[in-house]
Write a protein that binds this ligand. Structure first.
Ligand SMILES: Cc1ncc(C[n+]2csc(CCOP(=O)(O)OP(=O)(O)O)c2C)c(N)n1
Ligand SMILES: [Mg+2]
Length: 379
């Protein structure tokens, strides 16, 4: 065969004698980032923002508020005053860092444990309670018209995020879509499709994997044989990294870099935030049936609030007096939100038909009518 008969592939292929000598065509590494360890000790360079005590205190307050809210929501559910609720216990640093880092006109596409991010973005505690109480108005965020609602169908928010980021790119806006998903969600086809498109089109989107080590009763080790979930990004041509998801300073620092990169047109990122689900999957779950007491106890040592508390105290930024003040203020805020929620009249049963379609199909109009009649019969 002469030179001109060769296909382009043959022309670029290595000489035949190398066939039995494989060589590396691609390699990768996944970095792990941590700045404050579980004891509050500094193990990495302190970023500029974290040299300002008031900024760190803001992060601590957001995590503390989220934890108190969470505790109260579970009590309400146990009393029959709230529907099923998904707790963010132990994962407060992830949402806090996201909410703190995003700009107001960025778009958040959460799963269902990102309350801290939502609160920092102006979503009210009352709205979140209304949602879990079955009132759709809870997802009609008054302060955040572009953020997406809580998303329960696993991983479906990842392709929504690609759509949002694509629109931002088309409109040449300096905005970023931030999509949060769980470790379990990284096994869904939606996620692979989303990161592939995001990588290919260099979209302004940041995927944050909240690897809380459980997907209901399935542990992380059984979720995927991949050593890290971050490395899934590499196959999509995206940078991927692991961050200590209990270290709110490291989370903020790495997120800030990823958001800036996306905002400046340099494409998407995947951040695998390593956390631990200290609560049940939801209030409809009982984790004692599949998780050892030992494992849970071990992981309490790494939770995000106490380490920032240690650090703040060690630096002389925080005292017992601050603790008392924060407890009192937070209790007041949470109680007022609960009262507002409990005082909100329940929606009529037919409202379940009212937020799905621009105009309701005929078959559903009949169903809607029959719900109204049945309800009147019981009234
Ligand atoms: C498409 C879809 N399949 C199944 C479920 C049921 N389901 C609810 S939560 C969950 C596990 C999700 O695990 P992970 O992604 O790790 O999120 P986590 O709950 O741990 O935050 C499953 C399978 C669902 N909500 N949606
Ligand atoms: Mg999980």
């Amino acid at each position: 065969m002469n030179q001109t008969n060769k296909s382009p592939l043959q022309q670029t292929a290595p000489p035949l004698y190398q066939v039995n000598k494989p060589y590396v065509t691609a390699s990768f590494e996944i970095k792990y980032h941590q700045i404050i360890d579980a004891d509050g000790a500094v193990v990495g360079p302190i970023p500029d923002f974290a040299r300002q005590p008031e900024q760190l205190i803001k992060l601590y307050q957001a995590m503390y508020l989220t934890r108190q809210f969470d505790h109260k929501a579970i009590l309400l559910q146990r009393r029959g005053q709230l529907g099923t609720y998904a707790s963010s216990l132990g994962q407060e640093a992830i949402g806090t860092a996201i909410g703190y880092t995003m700009q107001a006109d960025d778009v958040l596409l959460p799963a269902y444990r990102e309350y801290a991010a939502q609160f920092l973005r102006g979503v009210s505690m009352t709205e979140i309670l209304l949602y879990w109480g079955g009132n759709e108005q809870g997802m009609n965020f008054q302060a955040q018209k572009h953020d997406f609602p809580i998303n329960v169908p696993i991983a479906s928010q990842t392709s929504h995020a690609v759509g949002v980021a694509y629109a931002m790119q088309l409109r040449q806006q300096a905005r970023v879509a931030v999509c949060v998903l769980g470790d379990g969600a990284t096994s869904k086809g939606d996620f692979y499709e989303a990161i592939n498109a995001a990588g290919n089109w260099k979209l302004p989107v940041v995927f944050v994997i909240n690897n809380n080590h459980w997907a209901i009763s399935l542990p992380r080790q059984k979720q995927s044989h991949a050593k890290t979930l971050a490395q899934k990004a590499i196959a999509a041509g995206i940078s991927g990294e692991q961050v200590d998801g209990n270290d709110v300073i490291a989370m903020q620092f790495r997120l800030d870099k990823a958001l800036n990169k996306a905002r400046n047109g340099h494409g998407p990122s995947v951040i695998e935030a390593l956390s631990y689900r200290l609560g049940d999957h939801t209030t409809a779950d009982d984790a004692t049936r599949y998780r050892s007491k030992d494992e849970l106890e071990q992981n309490w040592k790494y939770e995000p609030l106490s380490r920032l508390h240690h650090y703040l105290t060690n630096m002389g930024y925080w005292s017992k007096h601050h603790d008392q003040q924060l407890e009192k203020n937070t209790q007041h805020l949470v109680e007022s939100a609960v009262q507002e929620y409990l005082n909100t009249p329940a929606q009529a049963p037919e409202s379940m038909f009212d937020y799905l379609y621009q105009s309701l199909p005929e078959s559903l109009q009949e169903q809607r009518q029959s719900v109204i009649q049945r309800h009147q019969g019981h009234a």
